[in-house]
Design a protein around this ligand. Structure first.
Ligand SMILES: *[C@@H]1O[C@H](CO)[C@@H](O)[C@H](O)[C@H]1NC(C)=O
Ligand SMILES: *[C@@H]1O[C@H](CO)[C@@H](O)[C@H](O)[C@H]1NC(C)=O
Ligand SMILES: *[C@@H]1O[C@H](CO)[C@@H](O)[C@H](O)[C@H]1NC(C)=O
Ligand SMILES: *[C@@H]1O[C@H](CO)[C@@H](O)[C@H](O)[C@H]1NC(C)=O
Ligand SMILES: *[C@@H]1O[C@H](CO)[C@@H](O)[C@H](O)[C@H]1NC(C)=O
Ligand SMILES: *[C@@H]1O[C@H](CO)[C@@H](O)[C@H](O)[C@H]1NC(C)=O
Length: 319
């Protein structure tokens, strides 16, 4: 950390604590409804944020997929991603946040994360809000036929992260900014690569590749009581004909794109993840919530507003 950066951090911390104290004093605001168990300094929250993104990058993320206890997530972590849905617990979140982006040779939408830049950051108490541009090496999406050329795709991820007293992630809420634009761009790149004459043709091409990949994974890992499809043909037909390809906000609904997300996790726990790529969607790739229910879902146990402010009016809190 450079001197300039350090002094700027200290200055911001000093100014913000000064402003906070004086505004609170001046307005005589009511005491917080619940005081937090522990708070971190701005500097500590910045380092926790950086620590998370460092562990997200490939190949560091490989380490997070191994072992049975997370150095990043609290055991009862609650997570939400706007384009998918909510995810409970350390094991699932490690498979999802790290395992999804850990194999550069496997067909995937964006590939593996290779570097990042944090462009917005504000933090207080135990909560950090950041915007991070993560560059993914998306070689595989456009190299279905093993012709390699590098495609580095910047992906913007807005996050809210709450850390527990051990500095592990207790809650996170992630938003993929410009995701529809990203998806369209990937489809367009595919269209150019395959010399498609229409977007539909490019979508069909991607659907074909994804369905084949998912059905191969099914064949390999979903055996015995974990079997979801009678055979590969049934699997392929279901994925390409019976369900939707999926819109940019439907990676947690009854779509092919949702099954592409969960396909990466099947290898870790077939008993848990096979149903997600199957016809039923296993509770994860299902149309269980409409727009209003999604937006109003009471999911989080802790408030995202630092220092316990405003809890009584917060409709995202459980219970
Ligand atoms: C978790 O890891 C520890 C240490 O590696 C090991 O002793 C333990 O058996 C593992 N538990 C499970 C459930 O895999
Ligand atoms: C959240 O609250 C519910 C209901 O009180 C409880 O069952 C659950 O264990 C809590 N989860 C976490 C992560 O604290
Ligand atoms: C990541 O690295 C690439 C290649 O060196 C560079 O072009 C890009 O700007 C970097 N992206 C971020 C988010 O740092
Ligand atoms: C992207 O992946 C390809 C294939 O694995 C690799 O050759 C290339 O070096 C990677 N590029 C970056 C910037 O990581
Ligand atoms: C990929 O390979 C298959 C089979 O070899 C071929 O039919 C298809 O046209 C190829 N696609 C591209 C984009 O080269
Ligand atoms: C969403 O579902 C709820 C519960 O079934 C229903 O009351 C509401 O009208 C639905 N909203 C929309 C926009 O479909």
């Amino acid at each position: 950390m450079g001197i300039n950066h350090l002094s700027r951090t200290l200055l911001v911390a000093a100014v913000s604590s000064f402003c906070f104290a004086s505004v609170e004093g001046a307005l005589k605001s009511p005491p917080p409804e619940k005081s937090s168990k522990s708070t971190f300094t701005y500097d500590e929250l910045w380092n926790l944020e950086k620590g998370f993104w460092d562990s997200f990058l490939y190949p560091a993320n490989l380490k997070q997929t191994q072992g049975n206890k997370s150095t990043v997530f609290a055991s009862d972590v609650q997570g939400r991603v706007d384009i998918t849905r909510t995810f409970d617990g350390d094991e699932l979140n490690r498979e999802y946040i790290f395992g999804l982006f850990a194999d550069p040779t496997h067909v995937s939408l964006v590939g593996v994360p290779v570097n990042y830049s944090i462009t917005q950051f504000a933090a207080n108490d135990r909560i950090a809000s950041a915007t991070t541009i993560v560059t993914f090496n998306a070689t595989t999406i456009v190299t279905f036929n093993a012709t390699t050329f590098d495609v580095l795709v910047p992906v913007t991820i807005d996050t809210w992260i709450e850390f527990n007293e051990d500095g592990k992630i207790a809650q996170y809420d992630a938003i993929f900014r410009w995701f529809e634009y990203l998806l369209d761009t990937l489809i367009e790149a595919t269209a150019i690569k395959i010399k498609a004459t229409s977007t539909d043709q490019a979508v069909a091409y991607v659907a074909d590749v994804l369905a084949k990949t998912i059905c191969n994974t099914h064949e390999q890992y979903c055996t015995g009581s974990n079997k979801q499809y009678a055979d590969t043909g049934t699997c392929y037909d279901h994925l390409t004909q019976s369900i939707r390809f999926g819109k940019s906000y439907e990676l947690g609904r009854n779509t092919l794109l949702c099954r592409e997300v969960h396909e990466h996790m099947v290898q870790y726990r077939p008993d848990v993840h096979c149903p997600h790529i199957g016809p039923s969607g296993g509770g994860y790739c299902v149309d269980d919530m409409n727009y209003t229910q999604t937006v109003l879902q009471r999911y989080f146990n802790d408030s995202w507003i630092p220092f316990g402010y405003g809890q009584s009016q917060d409709i995202w809190l459980q219970g």
